[in-house]
Design a protein around this ligand. Structure first.
Ligand code: PLP
Length: 385
């Protein structure tokens, strides 16, 4: 920035991290449009369109499906503050950082939390998950569909079936998966699913889509105690968005325009086509890194998040050097692991506009060079081990 230039000039970045993901030019264009007031009838038509399109990406008929102000953590806090009443037993299937965050939030709401734990990257088999739930008989069950800290995907059908058997509702984090891979809320039996805008939906951060099954809606209506959170009280939010349209808070109209355009792009492409495109990009990436001699942290391909890859850092390579070189030389952002996976994995998101053959080929080329410069041994013997 020169002395006379007070404008911002962000550097060009290719967002191949776990989020935020690359934003389509049409979404930026939508954000340039003049705002209207948050009580303007035009805002509510935009809101209505968003709800309809969200139902398609969530795979649900749920009436209560909307985008609330806040990031993915705001969605998490909304789900937990509305459905974990003080003293309620909460069963968490935990094998990564975001399940730990859910645990923390549930405890802060006064929940009595019990956990079934596995190392980061682990997934829960149907029978063991169901046994845990049947044994604990909680009021709420929580799990993360796509655990961004590890790269693993958790199936939900058996979890939801066991939870319903014991009268519990299920809260599922779909922050990373929504828009990039099937979430199928109704088919899976999920009661409350929340997400964000900046990953699979390829929109800037700031809104948290959430959906509530009829069972969850009933539970919300029956809730006797007043929610400790005013901002995230779903009864108040539903009244503003869907019923009286009376002022609750001043929503960001610009972000609603952005989400409207991002969802329109998805609907135009076709939700299934978009999932398949992400699946192809993922397969291309895995083939490419295996050819470099790397292996994936999540061993079984059916348990891998499609849009967030966690290849292991090869022996003798400093992952920070690779990440620094990529951003410095090519404007490519990828992330490293953290917690127990610090220095052990890369976290590479391939989502939205970047989930194409051409972009993945470019990423692989530069990633391969950066790995070699950071000490990757590519002799044939090393590659085959
Ligand atoms: N849940 C998961 C699985 C996430 O990956 C993230 C963020 O990466 C969050 C929740 C929190 O989302 P945010 O950072 O948008 O608040």
């Amino acid at each position: 920035m020169s002395n006379n230039d007070i404008s911002i000039h962000p550097p060009t970045r290719w967002l191949f991290g776990p989020g935020p993901s690359q934003v389509h030019p049409r979404v930026y264009e939508a954000m340039r449009q003049p705002i209207v007031g948050h009580l303007d009838p035009y805002f509510f038509t935009v809101n209505e369109d968003i709800q309809q399109m969200l139902r398609r990406v969530f795979g649900t008929e749920n009436k209560l499906t909307f985008a609330i102000s806040g990031t993915g953590s705001g969605g998490m806090e909304t789900a937990i503050t509305n459905f974990v009443e003080p003293g309620a037993k909460v069963a968490v299937l935990a094998s990564g950082y975001f399940a730990d965050r859910m645990t923390d939030m549930a405890k802060r709401q006064g929940g009595d939390v019990v956990r079934f734990e596995k190392p980061w990257g682990g997934v829960f088999a149907d029978a063991e998950a169901a046994d845990f739930i049947r044994r604990e008989k909680p009021r709420v069950v929580m799990y993360v569909h796509a655990e961004t800290s590890s790269g693993a995907v958790q199936k939900g059908k058996a979890i939801c079936a066991a939870a319903h058997e014991v009268g519990a509702i299920v809260i599922t984090d779909v922050v990373t998966s929504l828009g990039a891979m099937p979430v199928q809320v109704d088919e899976t039996g999920i009661d409350v699913a929340y997400s964000c805008t900046q990953k699979g939906l390829s929109c800037p951060p700031g809104l948290a889509p959430i959906t509530l099954s009829p069972r969850a809606a009933e539970r919300l209506n029956e809730r006797a105690s007043t929610n400790r959170s005013w901002y995230f009280d779903l009864k108040l939010l539903n009244d503003f968005y869907n019923v009286s349209h009376r002022y609750h808070h001043t929503v960001s109209i610009t972000l609603f325009y952005a989400l409207h355009e991002a969802l329109t792009l998805i609907v135009e492409e076709g939700v299934e086509n978009r999932w398949q495109r992400h699946q192809r990009a993922h397969a291309q990436f895995v083939t490419g890194i295996e050819a470099l001699g790397l292996r994936m942290h999540v061993p079984d391909d059916v348990n891998r998040i499609v849009n967030l890859n966690t290849p292991c850092v090869p022996e003798g390579v400093d992952d920070a050097k690779v990440r620094t070189a990529l951003v410095r030389d090519h404007g490519i952002e990828i992330a490293g692991g953290f917690g127990p996976l610090a220095g052990k994995v890369f976290r590479i998101g391939i989502m939205g506009p970047l989930a194409t053959e051409e972009h993945v080929a470019r990423l692989l080329e530069h990633f391969g060079s950066a790995l070699q410069a950071a000490g990757l041994d590519r002799t044939p013997a090393a590659v085959t081990t």
